[in-house]
Every structure is written in structure tokens, then in C-alpha cells.
Ligand binder design. Sequence first.
Ligand code: ADP
Ligand code: MG
Length: 149
Amino acid sequence: MTHVIRTEQETKKLAGEFAQKLRGGEVVFLNGDLGSGKTTFVRGVAQSLGFHEPVRSPSFTLVNRYKVSSGGINEIVHVDLYRLKTPDELRALALDEEIGRNDAIVFVEWPQNAQGLLGESTYSIDFVINGDSRAITIRQQSLTPHQPM
Ligand SMILES: Nc1ncnc2c1ncn2[C@@H]1O[C@H](COP(=O)(O)OP(=O)(O)O)[C@@H](O)[C@H]1O
Ligand SMILES: [Mg+2]
């Protein structure tokens, strides 16, 4: 499903609607160029699930965690692999302990840099800038929450 977006607020509104579908255990891959709105989308999800502290890209730490309490969801794990250099660096994050945990949602920016190490996603979202507007396409990749690796 593709949504044409004209403002940052619309991106966050769409993120809030998406958040209401989440039940825990989902893994969401975010694809798109720098500045296309991936982090803005995660911010919208986090705010919608009741997290009111700043949400910034984990550019250097590679992962941020946001504590929430919404339905069965207790944590949002926000991963940004833009600066990932080696598979060992990814393994050191021990994300396999969080991926598929049924009270966590895992968002991954630049998932292609993981070169398959993260397994399959539940949703894949594409962010494309088209002149003055943007397109956000949400695809469900699997019907069941993520299976542990
Ligand atoms: N419709 C929009 N959705 C999201 N961000 C937008 C939009 N229009 C303009 N922006 C701006 O684009 C930038 C997106 O940044 P960010 O979400 O960090 O991108 P990414 O994580 O994909 O690199 C922000 O500076 C934001 O203010
Ligand atoms: Mg980002």
C-alpha cells in the first residue's frame, strides 16, 4: 500500500496508524535514502505508543531502545546500520535476543547492510522522495510475527 505524503506531520500520522497494528514480535525493515523519513517514522511510532522522550537516529551506537507500555509491547528497538562496517559488529549487538521477542518491536534502518544476518522482516517499508512529495509504501512480508533465528 503506497501513501503519498506531503508533510512531516503526515509521516508521523501514518506511523501512528501503523503502530496500532503492532502486537509485539514484529520486525520492520525501513528502506530509503538518507533524509527520506525513516527515523521520523520510528519517532511517530514511538510517540504513538507513549514514548515522549527524544527519538534520534542511533547513528553511532547503531541501536537505541525505547521503553513503552502499550498492549503487550514493552520495548521499541531502533537499529540504524548505515555505519555498520563488519558482520562482527552486528553480532556484537546481540539483536538475536530481541528479534522475535513477543514484547518488542524491532525497526531497522539500512537493513541491506546486515547482508541477511537479521533474517526476514514482518513488514518492509519503502521511503521515496519525489520532488515536493514523498511516497511511503508499507508491505507485509509475513503473516506471523518474526520467528527466532
Ligand atoms: N514528509 C516528510 N516526512 C518525513 N520527514 C520529512 C518530510 N518532509 C520533510 N522532512 C524532513 O526530512 C528529514 C527526514 O529525516 P529522517 O527522518 O532522519 O530521515 P532518515 O532517517 O530516512 O535519514 C527531516 O529533517 C524532516 O524534517
Ligand atoms: Mg535515520
